[in-house]
Structures are given as C-alpha cells and as structure tokens.
Design a protein around this ligand. Structure first.
Ligand code: ADP
Ligand code: MG
Length: 240
C-alpha cells in the first residue's frame, strides 16, 4: 500500500532521512518508534508529501507518485494524516470540520458529505457533538474529530504523528481505542507513538528509526523481547 525506495531528506546540511526503504502491505499496522530527532515526523510528512524528499520514490497503492505531474491534494486524500495538535477549524462546527475536505477537495455532494460525516461521528463515538464548536470539546474528543475528518476523505491509509502526546493521560485511552477499532477494520496505518502497550497489542510491525536509518523492523514480540540491537535496547529501557 505504501512503498518507498531509497528516500533521502535533508534540511540544509542536516541529512534527516538517509535512504529509507519501506514496504507496507494493505491492512498492516506499523508503529514507528525512535528517539526524538530520529526523523519520524519527517518520514511521515514525506509520505504525505508535506515535505519533499530529494531522492527516492514513494508509491501509493502500486502507483509511484510524480510530484510534478500528480495533484498532491488527491494523493493526500489517499493517505490521510492525524497530527499531535488537532488543527481543527475553530470557527466551524464539528460536522462542518469533517465535511470540509470532501466538499472542497472531492467536490462531494453536500447531502452525501453530511451523511458520511454523521456516520463517522458515530464511529468515533461523538454523535452528540455534531453541532458544537471545537473549543467545547476535550482534547480526546478533538482528536477523535480529527480522525473522523481524516476518514472523511476515505483514505487508503492513515498516518498518525503522536496522536495522543498532547492529551491528558485520562484521555489517551479513548483515542487509542478508535485507532484500535480502525486497525481491526483493516485500515492500513503508520503511527508514531510512545504508547508501547498499543504497539505491543495492535501493531503488526514495529519499525525503529535511528538517525534517519531503519535499524529494526520486526513483529512486536521480537522487537520487545528478543532484539539484539544495542540502540533498540537502550530505547526500550528508556520508554519502559
Ligand atoms: P522526530 O519526529 O523523530 O522527533 P523529526 O523528523 O521531527 O524527528 O526531526 C528530525 C531532525 O530534523 C531534527 O534534528 C529536527 O530538528 C530536524 N528538522 C525537522 N524539521 C525541520 C525543518 N523544517 N527545518 C529544519 N530542520 C528540521
Ligand atoms: Mg516527531
């Protein structure tokens, strides 16, 4: 579903991604880990074409994206992204937030967009919040709206960049639950998260980035219990 070959990304002198090869199958849940500054966000942003990789290719669902010829907003419709800070439109209601992209990017029919938005709100457990403004929501509720908003584009895959890191601890679970539901439904997902319990229980694969290089790509059991990689073990000691 998502494939990269030899992806390189630098900011000035700083080389942040040093040749990333990824191959994520449909329905796979990948948790991306690594210390701060290892390049996790940059990798997700490259996969969503918010950053431009200088070298290498990215294919989505078997098609290599051509930055010059392809409409990147269409590509972004195929691979949605959920951020640490929810970035909801403050002057739009919850329902309008979810309807916005289908109406603007997909030129969707208003009635259909509304119907879809309502069904997505139900999916994330917020049916009663359709007409409220984001400032009336808790952080966990905001993030669930942000997930519904990403789903409104009917993406083939979803990227999550620390979706629970800005939340009070008691609100983390409700967001992880929505992510787990999506995983169970077969959504292809790449999530950067420090929630190791989620990683153990939900991920098919854990990928560890270290200074812009993938140093480990393993199933959770192997990653957490049998890694022989020194950097991985240091990382696990730090997060546990
Ligand atoms: P992570 O998400 O793993 O913490 P990032 O991908 O955010 O890491 O950052 C990797 C490195 O790239 C860091 O050293 C960071 O300072 C640098 N970096 C990220 N974005 C930019 C940017 N827009 N301009 C310059 N440097 C950046
Ligand atoms: Mg980051």
């Amino acid at each position: 579903m998502i494939k990269t070959k030899n992806l390189h990304k630098s900011f000035g002198e700083l080389e942040v991604l040093k040749g990333i090869d990824l191959d994520i199958n449909p329905g796979q849940v990948v948790v991306l880990v690594g210390v701060s500054g290892s390049g996790k966000s940059t990798l997700l942003r490259c996969l969503n074409f918010l950053e431009k990789a200088e070298e290498g290719t990215i294919s989505i669902d078997g098609r290599t994206v051509d930055r010059k010829k392809d409409d990147l907003s269409q590509v972004r419709a195929e691979v949605g992204m959920v951020f640490q800070h929810f970035n909801l439109f403050p002057h739009k209601t919850v329902l309008e937030n979810i309807m916005e992209a289908p109406l603007i990017v997909k030129k969707a029919d208003r009635g259909k967009a509304k119907q879809l938005a309502h069904s997505l709100l139900e999916k994330v457990g917020l049916s009663d919040k359709a007409d409220v403004y984001p400032n009336k929501l808790s952080g966990g509720q905001k993030q669930r709206v942000a997930i519904a908003r990403a789903l409104a584009m009917e993406p083939k895959a979803l990227l999550f960049d620390e979706p629970t890191s800005a939340l009070d601890p008691e609100l983390v679970g409700e967001v992880l639950q929505v992510m787990q539901d999506l995983a169970n439904e077969g959504m292809t997902m790449v999530a950067v998260t420090h929630e190791m319990k989620f990683a153990k229980e939900v991920a098919d694969r854990i990928i560890m980035l270290d200074e812009g290089v993938i140093i480990e790509d393993a199933d959770p059991e192997t990653f957490f219990n049998h890694s022989t990689n020194e950097r991985t073990r240091q990382f696990l000691e730090m997060v546990n």
